[in-house]
Design a protein around this ligand. Sequence first.
Ligand code: PEP
Ligand code: MG
Length: 785
Amino acid sequence: MAVLWLEDVDADDVGTVGGKAASLGELIGAGLPVPPGFAVTAGTYRTFIEEAGIDEELFSAVDVDPEDSAALRAAEERAEELILETPFPDEVREEILERYRKMGDEDDEAFVAVRSSATAEDLPDSSFAGQQETFLNVREDDLLRRVKECWASLFTQRAIYYRQQRGFPHADVDIAVVVQRMVDAEKSGVMFTSHPSTGDPQITIEAAWGLGEAVVSGTVSPDNYVYDRERGEVEDVTVADKKVEMVKDAETGETVQLDVDDERRTARVLSDAEIDELVALGERVEDHYGAPQDVEWAIHEGEIYMLQSRPITTIQEDAGEEDDADAGGTGGETPRKSAVGDAASGPPGAAGAGSPGDDADVLVDGLGASPGVVSGAVRIVHKLDHLDQVQEGDVMVTEMTMPDMVPAMKRAAGIVTDEGGMTSHAAIISRELGVPAVVGTGNGTRLLEDGQQVTIDGDKGTVRAGVDDEAEPGEEFEPVEAARPETPVKPMTATEVKVNVSIPEAAERAAATGADGVGLLRIEHMVLSLGKTPERYIDEHGARAYQDELIEGVRRVADEFYPRPVRVRTIDAPTDEFSELEGGEGEPNEHNPMLGWRGIRRSLDKPGPFRQELAAFARLFDMGYDNLEVMFPLVNDAADVEAITGHMRDAGIDPETHRWGVMIETPASALQIEELANAGIDFASFGTNDLTQYTLAVDRNNEHVADRFDELHPAVLKLIGDTIETCRELGVDTSICGQAGSKPEMVDFLVDEGVSSISANIDAVRDVQHEVKRTEQRLLLDSVR
Ligand code: PEP
Ligand code: MG
């Protein structure tokens, strides 16, 4: 049989219909109302290539050198051509079309989603193996082609690369396809089957008119219904003003946004009977999975459908033991207050020991990017290599680190890169992990040898031959303890001293420094480590899942610091980083991505993912994280700010009542500070990594000009000084969150100029606190002398 109805399969059928189809079948089997559909089995793909006789040619076309990118590209094209141009056997074509037609009405063709469904025989990590194709709103004309496109997704360059690298035969891999009816909803929304923070037996339903995208993306404020499962009654109903709705254009199948007519705008979306039905569904789903769920649902012609169900990830583990201050409330959550204070002392870090060696021993040198001296065996890692080869205590040597290398970076005793400056990914992440690092060596991967014993000095920026006895990676090295100040007394300063965080895993280490808050929380790492572009991730997993990922990361930091403020920044990754991800094939190829389509420019041009970031922040505000502030990168002028505030309002974040601000990273933004202040910013934060590169025309990631990268250049200082002066006149707070905030000379200058706060690297916080205090006291003394 070429095709199987979803209702005829279950979790045991992964080998036949792939994981996606098997889990949908399982839900249908549990009596849950999943939209109908069928799977084109993995065997059908196999018979297709074998009967048409293209199998041998296909497998030999993709048997190429994985390091040869031209050959990889040609292999992908040839495989796609072979699959797309080979006609379907008649009986398979008929079977697929016959099933499809059964899903439509008499005279209306069904709109379906067509998705690849990976089988268990493939690599364990199928996200790297491709096979993630999804096509929405497909009709009969395109259906067969889309099925073949899913098959062809077995042979993307990335998938070919991985199988070739690991010696996994292409002939052993099969793929199935799911074809499922799309629900043209009149009303839809989301439901939490238990309280999303405390886990209490309380169901929260959000509902709006039309398709679910409007609720999930935060475009519309939905009605909110709270149901007490213990008492079995609706406890609270809040009817929102629902200005817009998303509907499907009957002709094109595209989703369009319409104004809601006056009558329905303030009308209740769900009747009591519908709430009862949703509640019953919610309880069944939770029972089936044995854990609270976050469900996307839709209602079409009186029928409820379950589109997706995911476990709620935000329930606090210790929620049950806490006093629930807002039990019986309207769904607001109180963030847990961190117990991490600034008073405890701990042992000094183990990685700082070590004696300087002979210059003659220096094998390669670069920039000392993360302090500490450590010895270990070299492990060379190339871009798409497998990272499990980096063992605890190795010195990882690579061209440049990437987000998916972080687990390996954590295991490594030290890190050496060919490329990058002090503000590169490798430098930032190693500092946060507390792993000594030398970056921008130019030729480390060529000069060092796998297995060779070396000692790296992350202060001096050298890699020496041999082992330094005092620099063995200490088993007792405890990153959090190492970040804790040795003396419990924190210098009291009028200028606040905060800390920068780029990976949520570093939250505890950052909080242990006793900093006054987080001056910059980057979200790039949270996004890039998903392995897919935001657009691709949202296509495949839904907008809410994307928001959930961000919420999980931001929350980890916001919890750790509460009630100290945390400034979270919207995404700022350059196109060359997006192009490394799945779905990044179409990224523009820019001559200098640093001058290109990044930061707020990209967010405003292509606001889909940007809206989800804001929707995630809005949800965090709703959960009670009133310590969050939102910051926007690479802003140039007031026009950018006008566009930003429009998006904030759309997402339900009122710029008047929430604290938000911009980075000062371009000379334009410094020169336009008065206009930015008048446009309503609460704070301006100097991103000196970018401000220096744009003022001096020195690419921050280019090791050839690294010696010209000078954050203390008079031109940079003049822009900063003038901006602080204007901000003080206009009542706007100023801060620094670039790398230079960790330098004593910059700290002196900023305190002199009257900056409101300074945000430093984890390892520099305590020194900066002392430096600030010294400068403040000098200023006081000067004033009385
Ligand atoms: C900066 O430009 O100084 C900054 C903090 O932003 P990023 O390093 O993320 O570009
Ligand atoms: Mg920047």
